[in-house]
Design a protein around this ligand. Structure first.
Ligand code: GLU
Length: 482
């Protein structure tokens, strides 16, 4: 590949889907790997469903993921405008060429007629398609209909008995027979071109060398090839990347959980984790290592290693990757990333009253335990929530020597500022009571947290401070005595 020019061309009809994000990422990686260029084009010809808010949100999502592009709707460039509704006069020129050369024609068929045709073909077990009624209208008939004020669509005249072959860079050779494709609409009755037409004009004028997009567009490709041919435009290479399936192997949908990138951001997944995870959805690096930085992925990315088989969205894997990235954050970074979640936390007040040292201890603990930042409140429960005694913890607390340990702990607890001091103090209790370490640590954990598992006890105690620690012991002792 010499320097590729690729594009990501979302329709702003909803938030950026995880599949769209993956397509954008693959295009970004192709460009970055070869020192090529990525163009961001907005395909907003569906006037009813396109919204500027979605466009903004898509751009925000792509930026959050860490993608950059050299040309596009928000950054400009020499091949603009980059929003299809601002390119209508450009399309018009090409539509006229096709009309003049007889490769396109006006169609006056009504919705009802088309529906009847669709139905009858289906009943005969045939592919529903337009059978070309208006292809054969005489000039007079056409003028008459126009004079009646009927707003026509414009259809492309599909060449007969042709085979259209695409050598897809992911799927290999795919052939389509023109027999199965009816004359398709290139301009709607409101004068707006359709996707299959506009995309060709844009990819061509924008100098796109590789069209890399979702597999669902493969069936559109023969239509687009016809237009390239009819207008004598150079066609790009194509690569159709597989669908993303849920773990039940059905197409990923809301049923499988969050489908938009922004939702993952809100749940507290790190953008670098998603970048890594999405890159591995369909592409595989040569080595075994799966945690790869953007630079490493850019360096080794190639379409040759993109699989034909569908990619399965594996949430466990995303969680694992996210955890790996959280573990790599230092306290300062982790704190920064947690701010939006801390601000919404039910424990916000408690968090704000921590000393710098206590916060450091807490962050260290959160780093080890968080799968995604959004579950911070669950992890903070043991630190700041009310105590609830698990049955297992109550069993521990009913064992002998528990009162001895609790009394000694509460009676001799020194002033402290860090977990190491607590650990040393508990060790002196072990020594003096001659109990097994477990028989000291476990009752203390259960008395203080009500649970048999949890974060490091000295960490919890440090985050609490002496007063809260002692009142917890008191609370538990009172409960036990009742
Ligand atoms: N606007 C199309 C979509 O969002 C893009 C198709 C293409 O990349 O050609 O699905």
């Amino acid at each position: 590949m010499s320097k590729p020019r690729v594009r990501f061309a979302p329709s702003p009809t909803g938030p950026l889907h995880i599949g769209g994000a993956r397509s954008a990422l693959f295009n970004y990686l192709i460009a970055a790997h070869q020192g090529g260029e990525l163009v961001l084009r907005i395909e907003d010809t569906d006037l009813d469903r396109s919204r500027r808010e979605y466009e903004d949100e898509i751009i925000k999502s792509l930026r959050w993921l860490g993608l950059t592009w050299s040309e596009g709707v928000d950054v400009g460039g020499d091949n603009g405008p980059y929003r299809q509704t601002e390119r209508l006069s450009i399309y018009q020129e090409y539509v006229e060429k096709l009309l003049e050369s007889g490769q396109a024609y006006y169609c006056f068929c009504t919705e009802a007629e088309l529906e009847a045709q669709r139905k009858s073909l289906m009943e005969q077990g045939e592919t529903p398609r337009y059978l070309g009624k208006c292809r054969y209208l005489s000039e007079e008939e056409k003028q008459e209909k126009l004079a009646q004020g009927i707003k026509p669509t414009i259809r492309f005249k599909v060449p007969e008995n042709q085979v259209y072959v695409v050598h897809d860079l992911v799927r290999g050779k795919v052939a389509f027979e023109s027999e199965n494709i009816g004359d398709f609409i290139i301009v709607k009755s409101d004068g707006i071109p359709t996707y299959n037409f506009a995309v060709v004009i844009d990819d061509s004028l924008m100098g796109i060398t590789h069209v890399v997009r979702a597999e669902e567009h493969l069936t559109n490709t023969p239509r687009q090839l016809m237009i390239y041919e009819a207008l004598n435009l150079k066609r790009p290479e194509f690569a159709h990347i597989s669908l993303i399936l849920g773990n039940d192997r059905q197409k990923m949908s809301k049923r499988h959980g969050a489908t938009s990138l922004i939702q993952y951001r809100e749940m507290g997944y790190l953008p670098e984790a998603l970048f890594n995870f999405l890159a591995l959805m369909g592409w595989s690096p040569e080595g075994e290592e799966e945690i790869l930085s953007p630079e490493e992925i850019i360096k080794s990315f190639s379409l040759e290693r993109v699989a034909k088989s569908p990619a399965v969205f594996d949430l466990d894997k995303l969680n694992w990757i996210n955890q790996q990235y959280i573990k790599r954050l230092n306290n300062e970074e982790l704190n920064l990333r947690l701010q939006p979640f801390f601000n919404q936390s039910v424990y916000r007040q408690q968090l704000e009253s921590l000393s710098g040292g206590q916060m450091e201890v807490l962050l260290g603990d959160l780093r080890d335990r968080l799968v995604c930042l959004g579950e911070v409140d669950q992890q903070l429960q043991v630190f700041f929530g009310d105590i609830e005694y698990q049955e297992k913890a109550l069993e521990v607390l009913r064992q002998e020597n528990v009162m001895l340990v609790l009394d000694k702990f509460a009676g001799e607890l020194p002033d402290f500022t860090n977990p190491a001091e607590i650990k040393r103090f508990i060790k002196t209790i072990v020594k003096q009571t001659k109990l097994k370490p477990k028989d000291v640590f476990m009752p203390l954990r259960c008395a203080l947290t009500g649970q048999v598992h949890g974060p490091d006890l000295p960490d919890i105690i440090t985050v609490w401070g002496k007063q809260k620690t002692l009142s917890r012991i008191e609370h538990t002792v009172a409960m036990l005595k009742n």
